[in-house]
Design a protein around this ligand. Structure first.
Ligand SMILES: C[S@@+](CC[C@H](N)C(=O)[O-])C[C@H]1O[C@@H](n2cnc3c(N)ncnc32)[C@H](O)[C@@H]1O
Length: 207
């Protein structure tokens, strides 16, 4: 029920304008994904993979599992994967990131692009993602999230309470999302001219 409006949006009107929205972000997205230290044979999770805008920037010599709740976004992602022959081995699954059907500690990396602002419960999804990434593994967050202290205005919060049910929240704070999880932010980069979307590199604590 909580995902009903979101799934409807991502299965109907959003896929039509989404590619145009994503085009200007390509160079910055590539640079952000480059913050990860990929190694040959890495297993990479992409929660909320959508129509696959991250896939061209992931190295060829890794295995990728992309998951999403939208059939339409996933369908476009599957068509693109077939058409563009990305070098990596890519599997796309319908799955809720708040309830991942993967073993704990089974991924080396995760890429969360424009996902934590969209998922209904970002803390629950992040806890699941941290669970399935191995200790010492890296998580790249490419999104419009705030740091604690940069408190969004009351107006932004009001807008947010409506938007967060259908598309994306605009007032989420990454430090709140990861609070209490065995993960730390090790690098932050700004890439777009206004610093709206940042790249956050996180590492899961070693045991
Ligand atoms: C803004 S799109 C980002 C897509 C892609 N990562 C990109 O950067 O272009 C957010 C995606 O998250 C998906 N999504 C939302 N809630 C989700 C959930 N609980 N589990 C998995 N995917 C989810 C949506 O269906 C949508 O495809």
């Amino acid at each position: 029920m909580k995902n009903a409006l979101k799934t409807l949006s991502f299965n109907t009107f959003i896929p039509f304008f989404y590619p145009a929205l994503m085009l200007p972000l390509r160079p910055w997205r590539k640079k952000a994904i480059g913050m990860l230290n990929f190694k040959e044979g890495d297993r990479v999770l992409v929660p909320g993979v959508g129509s696959g805008h991250d896939l061209p920037f992931i190295p060829d010599n890794v295995d990728v599992d992309g998951i999403d709740i939208s059939d339409v976004m996933l369908g476009i992602g599957k068509l693109k994967t077939k058409a563009f022959h990305y070098g990596h081995n890519t599997m796309l699954h319908k799955m809720d990131a708040e309830d991942l059907k993967f073993d704990s500690n089974s991924f080396d990396k995760a890429i969360l692009s424009l996902f934590l602002t969209v998922v209904f419960d970002p803390r629950k999804a992040m806890a699941e993602i941290v669970r399935v990434v191995r200790p010492g593994g890296e998580i790249l967050v490419f999104d419009h999230l705030f740091r604690s202290g940069a408190v969004p205005t009351t107006v932004a919060k009001r807008v947010d309470s409506v938007l967060s049910y259908s598309f994306a929240s605009v007032t989420r704070v990454i430090d709140d999302i990861i609070e209490g999880l065995p993960v730390k932010i090790v690098d932050v980069k700004e890439g777009d001219p206004v610093g709206f979307i940042k790249g956050f590199l996180l590492v899961k604590n070693s045991k």
